[in-house]
Ligand binder design. Structure first.
Ligand code: UD1
Length: 345
C-alpha cells in the first residue's frame, strides 16, 4: 500500500481526505499539531473505514522534528498539505502568527520533501486568491487579486513558493483552489469542529439550529444578487476530499502536464446565503432564527467556479447538491451534541 503523508489530517478537510485515501487503497499517515483539531478524530476515522490511520502529533514549524519524521518515512509516495491556520479575521489581528505558521511550515515541508524518492505534493489553496473576479464563473486564468487578509495572502505566497520551487527541484505539485467546503461525512462521525464562535456560515447555521447560538446574522441584504445576499460556490467536503485523491493519482501516474498545476474545486453553481438557509430548513425541517445585519468587511459579493479544467483534466466532478451538504452538516452537529468529542464521549 502506498503511503501518503497528510499534514493537518485531523482537521476538517484533512480527515475527510484520509477517509477517501483509505477507501482508494492508500495508507495515509497523519501529522498534525492539534492546534485546531482533536486526536479523537483518528478513532472516528477508524470507525468509518475499519482502519486506524497512523498519527503523529508534530508541529511542522519544528524543522528537526519534521526531518526526523521524514527519515523514518522515506517511502512516502505523496504529500497532501492541509496544515495551516485559516481564520480570516484572526489573521488580520495577528498577521505574524499566520505568516510564520503557514509559510514556515510549507518551507520546512518542501525542504524535507527533498529526502523522498517520490516528490508529489497536493496543496490546499483557496478561491480567495481571485478576490472579486471580473468575470464569472471564474477560471484558473483569472488574475490573482491583491489579498484582503493575511490568511489569503499566505495562500497566494504559498502558491508562488511552490511554483518557484518545483521549477528548480524535482517536485511535482498540484494546487487545488477550493471554493466553500461545507457538510460532513455521511456517517455523521466526522465534520467541521470550529473553535469558539464559528466564522463560517454553515457551522453557524447548525449551531443556531441546535441552540448553541441564539441567532444567525446574515451579513448584508443590498448586494447586487438575486436576493441581495452574497453568493458562494458551496462544495461538499467529501467531493473535495476525492479531488485530492484524483490529483495525487494524476502525479503518481505521471499524467500531469506541468510541474505545478492549478485547479478550481467547486460545483460550478453559486448559491446565496438565503438559498443556503432555505436548503437547510427544507432538508432538516428546522426553522432557523436569523436576521439581516450590515455587510461584513472584506466579503466579496459573488464568486463561483468554472470547473471545466478539473472536469476534463482530473476527470473529477462534484456530485452532491446543497441539500445533501446541509443534511450531513446537521447530522454532524447532532453527533457533536451527544458529547462524542468530549472526554469519555
Ligand atoms: C472565507 C474566506 C475563504 C476561507 C473560508 C474558510 C474570503 C473572501 N473567504 O470564505 O478564503 O477559505 O472563509 O475560513 O476571505 N455569512 C453570514 N453570516 C455568518 C457567516 C457567514 O451571512 O454568520 C455569509 C458571508 O457573508 C458569506 C457567506 O456567508 O457571504 C459565506 O461565508 P463564510 O462561510 O465565512 O465563507 P467565505 O467568507 O466565503
Amino acid at each position: 500500500m502506498r503511503k501518503i503523508l497528510v499534514t493537518g489530517g485531523t482537521g476538517y478537510i484533512g480527515s475527510h481526505t484520509v477517509v477517501e485515501l483509505q477507501k482508494s487503497g492508500f495508507e495515509p499517515v497523519i501529522i498534525d499539531n492539534l492546534s485546531n483539531s482533536n486526536a479523537k478524530i483518528v478513532d472516528l476515522i477508524a470507525r468509518i473505514t475499519g482502519r486506524k490511520p497512523l498519527f503523529e502529533k508534530l508541529d511542522m514549524c519544528d524543522l528537526p522534528a519534521l526531518q526526523s519524521f521524514f527519515e523514518k518515512h522515506d517511502d512516502i509516495a505523496g504529500v497532501i498539505h492541509f496544515a495551516a491556520y485559516k481564520a480570516v479575521g484572526e489573521s488580520v489581528n495577528n498577521p505574524l502568527k499566520y505568516y510564520r505558521n503557514n509559510i514556515v511550515s510549507l518551507l520546512n515541508l518542501l525542504q524535507c520533501m527533498e529526502m523522498l524518492q517520490h516528490k508529489n505534493l497536493v496543496f490546499s489553496s483557496s478561491c480567495t486568491v481571485y478576490g472579486q473576479p471580473d468575470n464569472l464563473p471564474v477560471t484558473e486564468l483569472a488574475p490573482v487579486k491583491p489579498a484582503i487578509s493575511p490568511y489569503g495572502n499566505t495562500k497566494q505566497i504559498a502558491e508562488e513558493i511552490i511554483r518557484d520551487t518545483v521549477s528548480q527541484q524535482d517536485i511535482m505539485a498540484i494546487s487545488l483552489r477550493y471554493f466553500n467546503p461545507i457538510g460532513a461525512h455521511e456517517s455523521g462521525l466526522i465534520g467541521e469542529l470550529p473553535l469558539g464562535v464559528p466564522d463560517n456560515l454553515v457551522p453557524y447555521i447548525t449551531q443556531t439550529a441546535i441552540g448553541k447560538r441564539e441567532k444567525l446574522t446574515v451579513f448584508g441584504n443590498d448586494y447586487d444578487t438575486h436576493d441581495g445576499t452574497c453568493i458562494r460556490d458551496y462544495i461538499y467536503v467529501s467531493d473535495l476530499a476525492k479531488a485530492h485523491v484524483v490529483a495525487l493519482n494524476r502525479m503518481l501516474d505521471e499524467k500531469n502536464e506541468q510541474s505545478h498545476e492549478i485547479f478550481n474545486v467547486g460545483t460550478g453553481t453559486g448559491y446565496s446565503v438565503l438559498d443556503a438557509i432555505n436548503s437547510f430548513e427544507k432538508t432538516t425541517g428546522v426553522n432557523l432564527n436569523w436576521a439581516f445585519s450590515d455587510r461584513r468587511p472584506g466579503d466579496v459579493e459573488q464568486v463561483w467556479a468554472d470547473t471545466t479544467l478539473a472536469n476534463l483534466k482530473l476527470g473529477w466532478k462534484a456530485e452532491k447538491d446543497l441539500d445533501v451538504m446541509m443534511a450531513t452538516a446537521w447530522k454532524w452537529e447532532q453527533t457533536l451534541a451527544t458529547g462524542i468529542m468530549e472526554a469519555g464521549g
